[in-house]
Write a protein that binds this ligand. Structure first.
Ligand SMILES: [Zn+2]
Length: 313
């Protein structure tokens, strides 16, 4: 994000997508507020990370906002972007404050507040975003937003791009203890990981000589309680898991990534990993310093996530 220039942020909304002008609140000068009001035309609010002290203070419902000029509003908004943020100060001046979810865009149902806060944070600017909804004229037609962005030379960012950037760069799980696990097939090293966003706990099993292998084979297994625990024959999960364990324990090299769902909610079995699972997998391999791998079974999402984390496969 270029300094002081708001960007057009398009996020999935109720009917298709909605567009907003977003900038760091510290850039909210009177000129920028005037520009934003003219270009966007919709209501403005501040979106703040819950990690900001005083973010969740709420005025009593019967307060009356004090009327203030655009210059006074700008002064309040820019002053709040500093360390002394106080949601009540904004609300007293009639500036709505929305507190984003702590998980941001990696949470369950991210909305504009989460996207806006993640955007200013990704730009290294802080935790307070000034957001103004873009309301196009009825006559603007389907290309109204394209025309507006081109005419004003505005940079456009989509919600998907913000999520992709977080998935590519963030720590997606926290490494837990490592134990040596004796199995029917031999010894394996088991490392636990916890996904702080979902609470899901995953397991990485490695043959004891994996570190000395130039290109260990990676088997991905998604938890299947009926197959894994009860050897149900309605799917091939248990036999696949056994075959993978035989492979890594027998060859003393190779990795089984055992991905699990949220507590109490097993994963859905689709043909491919979803984007988030693929990135989680790539993150754990990166965290374990596995320099390059072979995928036992290839999948486009996995290949994209491994490439994004710089792991050759
Ligand atoms: Zn199964």
């Amino acid at each position: 994000m270029r300094a002081a220039n708001p960007v057009v942020l398009e996020v999935p909304g109720g009917a298709g997508s909605a567009a907003f002008l977003v900038c760091w609140a510290g850039h909210g000068s009177a000129e920028l507020l005037g520009y934003t009001a003219r270009v966007a035309g919709g209501p403005s609010f501040l979106a703040v990370s819950p990690a900001t002290p005083q973010a969740t203070r709420v005025l009593p419902v019967n307060h009356r906002p004090v009327a203030c000029t655009i210059a006074e509003r700008a002064e309040i908004i820019t002053s709040l972007a500093g360390p002394g943020f106080d949601a009540d100060t904004a609300r007293r001046a009639g500036i709505p404050v929305v507190v984003a979810d702590a998980q941001g865009t990696l949470g369950a149902a991210p909305g504009i507040a989460e996207f806006a806060v993640d955007l200013v944070q990704a730009a290294g600017l802080g935790q307070l975003a000034l957001v103004t909804e873009i309301v196009l004229d009825d006559g603007a037609g389907p290309h109204g937003l394209d025309d507006l962005a081109t005419r004003r030379a505005l940079v456009r960012v989509t919600g998907q791009e913000i999520i992709a950037e977080r998935l590519r760069t963030q720590a997606l799980a926290v490494r837990g203890p490592e134990v040596v696990l004796p199995t029917d097939h031999g010894l394996v090293l088991a490392t636990g990981y916890r996904d702080p966003h979902t609470g899901a706990e995953h397991l990485v099993l490695r043959g004891p000589a994996t570190e000395r292998s130039a290109r260990p084979v990676v088997h991905v297994h998604r938890e299947c309680p009926t197959g894994d625990l009860f050897s149900s024959l309605s799917c091939s999960c248990r036999s696949e898991l056994d075959a993978a364990l035989v492979d890594i324990a027998g060859s003393r090299s190779g990795i089984v990534m055992y991905l699990r769902g949220k507590p109490g909610r097993p994963l859905h079995h689709g043909p491919h990993l979803d984007d988030r699972q693929a990135h989680l997998l790539a993150f754990m391999l990166q965290d374990l310093s596995v320099p390059r791998i072979q995928l036992h079974r290839s999948d486009p999402q996995q290949r994209a996530a491994l490439t994004a984390r710089g792991i050759p496969y």
